[in-house]
Structure formats: structure tokens, C-alpha cells
Design a protein. Structure first.
Length: 118
């Protein structure tokens, strides 16, 4: 892809644009966290993605992947731990909530470390 520039005074600015026909969808929480991370810590990657018009696609991909992985982890935790059954929820709701929050925090940390903050 060839980048074109427009002269503004003494400066050449790249002509950056979004494709008009593309349906981008929704950049979720993980996509926004990834954007913040690459802006702060990986400036070269951010500029390359921005100038090649791939930043939105990258953020959508990260967002979808993280959300799917989080759901998969939570389903596995619920499926494999008998203490998270509906019967257990009725008998001891405080313990069930504690376990569920623990699994949510664990899944969140795994997703962030494997996909967002790399």
C-alpha cells in the first residue's frame, strides 16, 4: 500500500482515512485496553497499524478473541467445578459468589496477559 501525503505549510501529513464500505462492528473493553496499551508501550506498532489502515481491524480482532476466550474459560470453570452448580448456589450463595468472582478474576487475568498486554 502506498501512503500519500498532503502538504500543510512546511509539513507533509499522511492522508489517513477509513474505508467507507467497511462494517467495523463494536470495539469492546478488551479492544480499548489493547489500544491504550499499544499507544503507551508500542508506539511503532501503533503508527504502522494506523498508517496501513489496520488499527480498527486489529482492535476488533483482539476484542472478539478476548471475549470468546473469556467465555470459554468461564464455561470450563463452571462445567468442571461441582461447587458452582445451581444446587450449591441455593444452599450457600455466599460461597458460590466467592468462587464465581474468583474464577472471573482468574479468567480476566489470563485473557489480559495472553492477548492484551503483549
Amino acid at each position: 500500500m502506498k501512503v500519500t501525503y498532503t502538504r500543510k505549510g512546511d509539513y507533509l501529513l499522511p492522508d489517513l482515512y477509513l474505508e467507507k464500505d467497511a462494517d467495523y462492528g463494536r470495539i469492546g473493553r478488551y479492544g480499548m485496553l489493547r489500544l491504550h496499551f499499544i499507544v503507551q508501550n508500542k508506539q511503532a506498532l501503533y503508527e504502522i497499524l494506523l498508517m496501513t489502515n489496520k488499527l480498527t481491524h486489529h482492535l476488533l480482532l483482539v476484542s472478539r478473541t478476548c471475549e470468546n476466550y473469556y467465555k470459554e474459560l468461564m464455561e470450563n470453570y463452571i462445567e468442571n467445578d461441582e461447587r458452582l452448580s445451581e444446587k450449591s448456589k441455593e444452599l450457600n450463595p455466599l460461597e458460590w459468589t466467592k468462587l464465581m468472582n474468583n474464577y472471573k478474576n482468574t479468567a480476566e487475568e489470563i485473557v489480559l496477559n495472553e492477548y492484551v498486554f503483549i
